[in-house]
Design a protein around this ligand. Structure first.
Ligand code: C2E
Ligand code: CA
Ligand code: CA
Length: 615
């Protein structure tokens, strides 16, 4: 639509009349009022002018030859270019029928002849105002539509962004969920997911909707060795391969999970009996026995497997796991590379052990430990050579607990390190006190050393500190260590022995003959003393049988310049035979049991009587 010019001078009015007089008269009037006026003498001319775009308003005579005003108006209204131009009819006839027809043809208004100029102007202006208003509405509509379009596109854009964000979030969520539930190295379920599945199974079992299931706890044997020697990259590859091999032994309905490190868990669904589970365990072990080829290395792996048959007595997944772990631990104890089925006795033992472990931790703090001293005697003269310090535990409920029971626990838990240091410090301190009171400078105090203690990185510093604190001369200290501890780590043992030698600390091999037949090894170590194990001494019969081994040990030790101590001498015959074999020293109930501090004092008071009494 053409924009309407609101100034009269720019408003183009087309006058259509076949009477020239009328045209002139009206044209003059309007021009005087400032309108831009054009005249048309008939309908065809008028249509042409309107079609050309020159007309904001048309004053149209009705009565014309050829095409009358109605027809002209109809044609104007038919054409899109001219449809909006307001048409005011000019009529001499003032009948109702004409008006009706005029509006029907599309006219906007009509003026009756003869004209009154004021009326003409009012009607023209009215029409122009209507057109202007229409244009305004149209304009506003356009603007509104434009704004709606803009807003719609903004919304669409936001909508799209939101959709993308949702997709992104879902992706992140999925990834997080995966990380929370799966092991990234092997892509296997992790502990959390495994426990969820196990708990679900237990719930179903409780509702009697399932056959039994079994759980296998698999721990690789000596895996640390692979990581330590070949690095974690190789270690990781081996773990992935282990996962793959276990998987091929399982049904799709079973769950294999990695619990971190070299620990794997298997949930075997639909197990009718334990033998079925054992067969799967065996299958896995067979798979793992095949060599592993990783990074041009050929490796051999074995694993220990604990097996538990899940039944309705289990309420918690943790308990199934605990028992599988206990069984696995038993498999390790049995020498690894095997599987072990859990039985409730194991659980009782494990609980007992755990209790012992907890109590032992407290024992150190609560001062329930004491050191007893067992005299060591020279077999030829019967004189006192020294003492072996032996730890005792007075348990608040159980009374005396044997070191045979708690020392292995202390070793496994690492508690042996503080415990052993405590024994050493106490013994050195006590010995120093005795040295002050009695003239026993030449006596030696023997302290047992666990392998764990021996290979502590600051072991030597710790000994130095204790000697310094207690002011005991290092020559008075003797350390007892078992032969297996030395043989397993011959190189580092040699180094440590040299350091101890420099300090003039004596060294003794304990329980000799029980571990390795390491007679040939002996010359490599700067050891002062061999302690023949009690088992050899106790086998000495009344007629002196079983002496050959002792004889061999004594002969060899003498050649290497070592002193021989026999442990566990209980009878005079044993003592006599040992003496006859040229064994230097002895220790045993025949002379004295391990004694508490006060009783040792009595010995010092009657040193002479002890010597003469038993020899
Ligand atoms: P062990 O070092 O071989 O100690 C000798 C054991 O033989 C002691 O047992 C002692 O009481 C016992 N014994 C001594 N004479 C006789 C005898 O004539 N007949 C019999 N049947 N036994 C005798 P205990 O005190 O029960 O200690 C057992 C083991 O516990 C020790 O064997 C030692 O391996 C360990 N142990 C004891 N105290 C300590 C300690 O402070 N540190 C470390 N690391 N181990 C210790
Ligand atoms: Ca000993
Ligand atoms: Ca011993």
């Amino acid at each position: 639509m053409n924009t309407l010019n609101t100034q009269p001078s720019q408003t183009k009015i087309l006058l259509v009349d076949d009477t020239l007089q009328n045209l002139e008269l009206l044209s003059d009037l309007l021009k005087r009022k400032g309108f831009n006026v054009r005249c048309a003498i008939n309908g065809s001319v008028a249509l042409g002018v309107a079609q050309s775009g020159w007309a904001d308003l048309i004053l149209l005579d009705i009565k014309m030859p050829e095409i009358d005003g109605y027809e002209v108006c109809k044609q104007l209204k038919k054409n899109a270019n001219t449809r909006e131009i307001p048409v005011i009819f000019l009529s001499a006839l003032d009948s109702i029928l004409d008006k009706k027809q005029a509006f029907a043809a599309g006219g906007a208004d009509y003026i009756s002849k003869p004209f009154q100029i004021e009326e003409v102007l009012v009607r023209i202006n009215n029409q122009l105002a209507i057109v202007a208003a229409k244009q305004k509405v149209c304009q506003l509509n356009l603007e509104l539509e434009q704004r709606v379009r803009e807003r719609t596109s903004e919304l669409e854009k936001t909508n799209q962004q939101l959709k993308e964000e949702i997709v992104q979030r879902k992706r992140t969520q999925k990834k997080l969920l995966y990380l929370a539930m799966y092991d990234p190295l092997t892509d296997l379920p992790n502990r959390i997911l495994f426990m969820q599945r196990l708990n679900n199974l237990l719930q179903q079992l409780a509702q009697d909707r399932l056959p039994f299931f079994a759980v296998l706890f698999l721990d690789c044997d000596r895996f640390k060795l692979i990581n330590d020697s070949l690095g974690h990259f190789v270690g990781d590859q081996v773990l992935s391969e282990i996962a793959r091999r276990i998987k091929i032994c399982l049904k799709p309905s079973d769950t294999l999970a990695r619990f971190g490190g070299d620990e794997f868990m298997v949930l075997l669904s639909e197990m009718s009996d334990i033998n079925q589970a054992s067969r799967v365990a065996q299958k896995i072990q067979n798979q793992l026995q095949l060599p592993f080829e990783v990074n041009r290395h050929q490796l051999f792996i074995s694993a220990s497997i604990g097996i538990v048959l899940g039944n309705e007595n289990y309420k918690l997944a943790e308990h199934v796991l605990r028992d599988a772990d206990t069984a696995m631990y038993q498999a390790k104890k049995r020498g690894k590379a095997c599987h072990q089925v859990f039985n409730p006795k194991m659980h009782r033992n494990a609980s007992k052990r755990l209790k012992l472990e907890t109590d032992l931790r407290l024992a150190l703090k609560r001062e329930e430990l004491a050191v007893y001293y067992q005299p060591i005697i020279a077999l030829d003269t019967g004189s006192l050579i020294g003492f072996e310090a032996l730890v005792r535990w007075n348990h608040p409920k159980r009374g005396f607990v044997s070191p045979v029971e708690f020392i292995p626990v202390a070793e496994e838990t690492g508690l042996i390190v503080p415990l052993g240091l405590w024994v050493m410090r106490s013994a050195c301190q006590q010995f120093r006190i005795w040295q002050h009171k009695h003239s026993i400078q030449q006596l030696k105090i023997s302290v047992n050393l666990s392998v764990k203690q021996f290979y502590q990185p600051d072991f030597i510093e710790q000994i130095d500190r204790i000697l310094q604190e207690t002011q005991l001369d290092s020559q008075n200290l003797k350390l007892e260590i078992t032969e297996s501890a030395i043989v397993d780590n011959a190189e580092s043992a040699t180094l440590l022995f040299q350091k101890l030698r420099q300090r003039e600390i004596q060294l003794s091999i304990d329980d000799f003959g029980t571990g390795y037949s390491s007679l040939s090894y002996l010359h490599r170590f700067p050891v002062n003393t061999l302690k023949i194990d009690r088992s050899f001494v106790s086998r000495i019969g009344k007629d002196g049988e079983n002496l050959e081994i002792i004889q061999a040990i004594v002969t060899l030790a003498k050649q290497l310049g070592m002193t021989i101590v026999a442990e566990g001498i209980e009878t005079t015959q044993q003592k006599d035979y040992l003496k006859a074999l040229d064994c230097d020293e002895g220790q045993g109930y025949l002379f004295a049991k391990p004694l508490p501090t006060q009783e040792v004092e009595t010995i010092f008071d009657n040193l002479d009587s002890l010597v003469t009494m038993n020899v």
